[in-house]
Ligand binder design. Structure first.
Ligand code: NAD
Length: 499
């Protein structure tokens, strides 16, 4: 979709099954992080566009083909959508690499795997069952129904646009809702490309996309009175503002927020596997993942030897063009994030951390003009330093020594976040104990980063509210109705007395 000879690709929003410009006519540019140059132009949607999109989603929820479908037919439709994602995965991956700077090696697999969320929740469509309650009131029959909420807002960050959208869209559609999506202003293109697939399969208005900035389109969507629920992924600071906006209208929310996850290595761990796990925890996706294992806690008995091995392997990372399958570390996605990561590197040094690897901007022919930072390891970090407490969201690892299990737990839990944690040990008893004591929505033992459509994902503490993925979370997009029927036909009792 890139324009030829330097021309920008032009995208339009997707509202009510049609392609639309912003009501204001305004657009903004989307940048390729490898070249640091704009490659596409995207509509700058605002409150008027949000109104149109919510109206379209509301109409599609109440009338027309979508609510008329049986649950089984809805499941068939979602399976066709999943098939189409698999067929178009390479194209979606290519757009994501250009717009986001994610590695093609990661994206070509992720865009195919993303279809599993749609297949999985397609299978749940016709298994949403209420129950008959053995009620205590004689002559009454009581049963429950699980019903959809209505229009759901999906607000997505820039680090994994299509995958994080799938985590929301697949269950909400399976539950019978409709959606208005607001992708990040940094990475709107892949979501709009995805709408070209949605357009062919789902009825108009079931999924709508408004592009634009958080403070305009995003806020208008959160505060729109006809949006029943906000499913948000992003930073905890924005999450708090979104939560407050949703609260004004008493909306439901799910919040998938930031993290400062500890990756904890004991001296009885398989050392080489732990080194690789720590590297994938912090340097995959250039550290721009909510689950980044950005605090490495190493038992003091192996600290120096472990850090030596870690630095030796991390030094071999092939940094460069994300469109090459050989590349292991790509650019940071946007200039704001690039400045932020470099700023945190300075903070770490000012706080007294020692630079064991990196700490600056890489050089060499393989580096484009883009927003690259070096994979960086700081040692001598104390857990009360900013570099250990705040989410950097880049390839920056802070190494903190610990003495025993109690201290590992105390340091591991001593942050405001609780998204994930890793434990590396050869002892099953220790693994089980640590899994129970760590305050995190996900704990990995002798592995890191595994996620699946089958398993719930979400945060403790400031890392979030609610869960995504897995069977139970479809309830996040449903509401329960209790139906009472008088069955005895007996004469009604005294209406002035409650029974
Ligand atoms: P962000 O919070 O800046 O933006 C996220 C989205 O919110 C964007 O679409 C943005 O336009 C929108 N937004 C901004 N202000 C808004 C407002 N006032 N009202 C409504 N919407 C608004 O986050 P980001 O920088 O795009 O993404 C990085 C963050 O996302 C990190 O903190 C990361 O940890 C987090 N994240 C969490 C998960 C998870 O599942 N827990 C997954 C990925 C990323």
């Amino acid at each position: 979709m890139e324009g030829s000879a330097g021309a920008l690709a032009r995208y339009r929003m997707f509202i009510g099954g049609e392609w639309a410009d912003a009501a204001s006519g305004r657009t903004f540019e989307s940048f390729n992080p490898y070249t640091a140059r704009p490659w596409a132009e995207v509509p700058e949607g605002g409150a008027d566009d949000v109104d149109r999109a919510v109206e379209a989603a509301d109409a599609a929820f109440r009338t027309g083909d979508w609510p008329a479908l049986t649950a089984t037919a809805r499941g068939h439709m979602m399976r066709r959508l999943a098939d189409a994602i698999v067929e178009n995965a390479d194209h979606l991956a290519e757009i994501e690499v250009r717009d986001n700077g994610k590695l093609i090696a990661e994206m070509s697999a992720q865009c195919k795997y993303m279809a599993q969320w749609y297949y999985y929740y397609a299978g749940l469509c016709d298994k949403i069952e209420g129950s008959v309650i053995p009620i205590d009131k004689p002559g009454h029959f009581n049963y429950t129904l699980w019903e959809p909420l209505g229009v759901c807002a999906c607000i997505v960050p820039w680090n994994s646009p299509l995958l994080l959208l799938a985590w929301k869209l697949a269950p909400l559609l399976a539950a019978g809702n409709t959606a208005v999506v607001k992708p990040s202003e940094y990475t709107s293109a892949s979501t709009l490309e995805f709408m070209k697939i949605v357009e062919r399969i789902l009825p108009p208005g079931v999924v709508n996309v408004v592009t634009g900035f958080g403070a305009d389109a995003g806020r208008a969507l959160v505060e729109h009175p006809r949006v029943a629920k906000v499913a948000f992924t992003g930073s905890d600071a924005t999450g708090a503002a979104v939560y407050a906006g949703a609260a004004r209208h008493l909306k439901r929310v799910t919040m998938e927020l930031g993290g400062k996850s500890p990756n904890i290595v004991f001296d009885d761990a398989h050392m080489d596997n732990a080194v690789k796990g720590v590297i994938s925890g912090i340097f995959a996706a250039t550290g721009q993942t909510c689950i980044a294992g950005s605090r490495l806690l190493v038992q003091d008995t192996i600290h120096d030897a472990f850090v030596e091995k870690l630095v030796a392997l991390a030094r071999t990372a092939r940094i460069g063009n994300p469109a090459s399958f050989e590349t292991q570390v790509g650019p940071v996605t946007n200039t704001m994030q690039y400045e932020k990561v470099l700023g945190y590197m300075s903070v770490a040094v000012e706080e007294g951390a020692e630079t064991a690897l990196g700490g600056g901007v890489p050089e060499g022919p393989e580096i484009g003009d883009g927003w690259f930072v070096e994979p960086t390891i700081f040692t001598g970090v104390r857990n009360d330093m900013r570099i250990a407490q705040e989410e950097v969201f880049g390839p920056v690892l802070s190494v903190i020594p610990f003495h025993d299990e109690d201290e590992a737990v105390a340091i591991g839990n001593d942050v405001v976040y609780g998204l994930a944690a890793g434990v590396w040990t050869g002892s099953m008893g220790r693994a089980l104990g640590m899994a129970s004591r760590l305050e995190a929505g996900t704990v990995w033992v002798n592995t890191y980063r595994a996620v699946s459509y089958l398993s719930p994902f979400g945060g403790y503490k400031r890392s979030g509210i609610g869960r995504e993925s897995g069977q139970d979370m479809i309830r996040e997009y449903l509401q329960q109705k209790s139906v009472w029927i008088e069955t005895s036909g007996a004469e009604a009792a005294n209406p002035f007395v409650l029974r």
